[in-house]
Design a protein around this ligand. Structure first.
Ligand code: 13P
Length: 256
């Protein structure tokens, strides 16, 4: 069975002080090692150190970054390397989020380089895909997501596929309060898994975790997580509140 992953994407929120407070306020129950459930938060770069310092010893909550560069080092002003994330001990890195695609010009080719770099350096990439509203309205959502997945994962081996996490985030559901229905999420997750089986193999496709992202919160998480191909959530807004994040972890634990 696939371990459920509840991952918080804090985006450009939570400086070092708020990050430390978050860990102080997080329920002990959410930090326990729960069989079948993994929890993680991805603060901004400048708050990563604070997260590692504030996380209680023995806490099972993992810590990730929201982006990384694909080169080792050099003249890339404003960028961060996998080696830097590894010094801190980051477990995850979110790659190809729709906000990076939209505002920072990242395309599948760039995301692909980053995925390969993260894998080579032992950081688990959370690779995001998802259509915008006009693409869904034109009934092109499957085609768009298929192309993003194929492009972002190009050249990976089946074994490498099992080491990544995919997040399906319909852009129209991000930060809008509008969630994909559990049926819409399941339909797309199953489609993604089918594509991965064709691109790689059945075994690898059934091992890889596919998270849902887009206005997931304690109110709707249970129904979404109940879907057979939904293996967790990539959560923005609701992950900023320790109580909501704790509740999401508890809901995930209840799925077992
Ligand atoms: P919201 O949960 O705020 O809609 O954000 C989702 C998201 O973009 C997570 O990466």
């Amino acid at each position: 069975m696939r371990t459920i992953l509840i991952a918080g994407n804090w985006k450009m929120n939570m400086g070092p002080k708020e990050t430390a407070e978050f860990f102080t306020q997080l329920d002990d129950a959410a930090q326990k090692n729960i069989e079948g459930v993994e929890a993680a938060v991805c603060p901004p770069f400048v708050s990563l150190s604070a997260a590692f310092s504030a996380r209680k010893s023995g806490s099972a909550v993992k810590i990730g970054a929201q982006n990384v560069h694909f080169e080792d080092n050099g003249a890339f002003t404003g960028e961060i390397s996998t080696a830097m994330l590894n010094v801190l001990g980051c477990d995850f890195v979110i790659l190809g989020h729709s906000e990076r695609r939209e505002y920072f010009g990242e395309d599948d080719a760039v995301v692909n380089k980053k995925v390969k770099k993260a894998l080579a350096d032992g950081i688990t990439p959370i690779v995001c895909v998802g259509e915008v509203l006009s693409e869904r309205k034109e009934d092109r959502h499957f085609e768009v997501v298929k192309e993003q997945a194929a492009g972002s994962l190009d050249g990976l081996s089946a074994d490498e596929l099992t080491k990544i996490v995919i997040a399906y985030e319909p852009v129209w559901a991000i930060g809008t309060g509008e969630t994909a229905s559990p049926e819409q999420a399941q339909e797309m997750h199953a489609f993604i898994r089918e594509q991965l089986a064709a691109l790689f193999n059945e075994d690898a496709a059934s091992t890889v975790r596919i998270l849902y992202g887009g206005s997931m919160k304690p109110d709707n998480a249970d129904e979404l997580l109940k879907q057979p191909d939904v293996d967790g959530g990539l959560i923005g807004g609701a992950s900023l509140k320790p109580a909501d994040f704790s509740q999401l972890v508890a809901i995930a634990a209840g799925q077992k």
